[in-house]
Design a protein around this ligand. Structure first.
Ligand SMILES: Nc1ncnc2c1ncn2[C@@H]1O[C@H](COP(=O)(O)OP(=O)(O)OP(=O)(O)O)[C@@H](O)[C@H]1O
Length: 417
């Protein structure tokens, strides 16, 4: 299983330019997470910070008990070995054929013999569908093949965390669909922790378990996919619909008054002009998540995530709760003690209702209450994974707490307030 990545109170600036501040999130082990955000909001800077290529000024990034923001170069080198990174253009050496490009990390960082290297390289090339292209030079193949070669190279050291920087950039929609399937298939095969930076809404809607979004130098949200996909937050809706109307402008931010007027017009059913239509499979609402190709192992992360999300269900907005419950089979709903829609009989003892949802239960007499969809915590299994609060190993100096007084988003560590 991949490892957890805990980010707490992270802030990064270049000189006077703040890129983002107080970013906190946890990438659950083995799950696929996507980071969205308008251009220039610092998604690539975030990826580079995760691998220790850039140093944030505040906060910490804890991976296997090491805060990589503050650790020694020697420790950072060790932690980096856990990562595989797919850069936008594949970052291949133009003068080397694909075999040598993919073998490069093995030759540089291991003492493996050529026979073993050949076995590993061919295995990874097969995983990404490149068998037969070993002798090709990067300049002789398509952009999609270059990405897959970059992915094979990212895989050769058996990473526990894989970062994808806009894997879909420059690809046509069909290639994007193939690449997305490949990402899901790989996750099923290696169970590593994936973080994908993308602008492609189709990818965001169908691939990840969790979605986050950066905007105006903050992490607007990070949590289970159902939260973002059912969100009515203007910036999220605008992004998912690929609309001009909303807080995101040509140069990232718009005047607040103009954004509010546009949104009011939209809500009233009018529009200041053509909407432009959703791009890249855009739209709001839940669509089915991609499953591994038949014949491959099931994604172990999906089962783990189910337990994890059910434990935080009561902290999520009602629309996300409904979407999650509706995604469960009837047996799973019974297992977790939750009930969807009117057609499902309540077979469990009365559920515990959180204060936030008390209003639903306090309906006037005579009205049939909707079965309460919130989980009985007593019904929940022991989850294999719990967020570790960024616990550091004893030989690391404890990192200072995040700056006091900074505003925190409501959904950070996969759902904590
Ligand atoms: N090494 C650097 N030195 C100074 N500024 C930098 C550096 N790297 C990035 N930036 C600035 O940080 C900001 C965020 O850049 P970044 O590439 O992370 O955005 P992004 O969200 O990935 O954008 P896009 O979606 O267009 O790829 C930009 O204003 C960029 O100019």
């Amino acid at each position: 299983m991949g490892v957890e990545v805990v980010v707490e109170g992270l802030s990064k600036s270049f000189g006077k330019q703040t890129i983002w501040r107080d970013v906190s999130l946890t990438l659950p082990p083995g799950e696929i997470s996507v980071l969205l955000g308008p251009s220039g909001t610092g998604k690539s800077v975030f990826l580079k910070s995760l691998v220790g290529l850039l140093k944030p000024e505040h906060g910490r990034i804890v991976i296997t008990g090491t805060d990589i923001v503050r650790c020694s170069e020697h420790k950072l080198y060790d932690v980096r070995k856990l990562f595989g990174v797919l850069f936008q253009d594949g970052a291949l050496f133009g003068s080397m054929n694909l075999f040598d490009n993919i073998a490069f990390p093995l030759r540089e960082h291991t003492k493996k013999g050529e026979a073993e290297i050949r076995r590993i390289v061919l295995e990874k090339m097969e995983m990404v569908g490149l068998i037969g292209a070993e002798k090709k030079l990067p300049g002789e193949i398509s952009g999609g093949m270059r990405k897959r070669a970059g992915l094979a190279r990212a895989l050769v050291l058996d990473p526990e965390i894989i970062l994808f920087d806009e894997p879909d950039s420059g690809l046509d929609p069909v290639r994007v669909a193939y690449l997305n399937q490949l990402i899901v298939d790989l996750n099923a095969q290696i169970d590593a922790t994936f973080l994908i930076v993308t602008h492609d809404i189709g990818t965001a809607r169908t691939v990840p378990d969790n979605i986050g979004m950066l905007f105006r130098r903050e992490l607007v949200m990070f949590g289970p996919r159902e939260v973002l996909l059912t969100s009515t937050e203007p910036v999220v809706e605008q992004f998912l619909m690929g609309r001009r109307e909303g807080p995101i402008g040509m140069s990232e931010e718009k005047d607040a008054g103009q954004a509010a007027a546009e949104l009011a017009a939209l809500r009233a059913g009018g529009s200041s002009g053509p909407l432009g239509g959703p791009k890249g499979g855009g739209g709001t609402g839940i669509v089915p998540q991609l499953e591994p190709t038949p014949g491959l192992p099931i994604r172990k992360a999906v089962e783990r995530r189910k337990d994890r999300v059910m434990q935080i269900l009561h902290t999520l907005p009602p629309s996300a709760q409904d979407a999650i419950i509706n995604s469960l089979t009837r047996e799973e709903q019974q297992h977790y003690g939750v009930f969807a829609g009117a057609g499902v009989t309540q077979t469990q003892p009365p559920v515990q209702i959180s204060t936030a949802n008390q209003a639903r239960a306090d309906q006037p007499l005579g009205q049939t209450p909707r079965p309460t969809p919130y989980p009985r915590t007593a019904n929940l299994p022991e989850s294999e994974w719990q967020p570790q609060s960024g616990a550091l190993t004893s030989d690391d100096a404890p990192a200072p707490a995040p700056e006091p007084g900074r505003k925190r988003g409501w959904l950070r560590r996969g759902g904590e307030k």
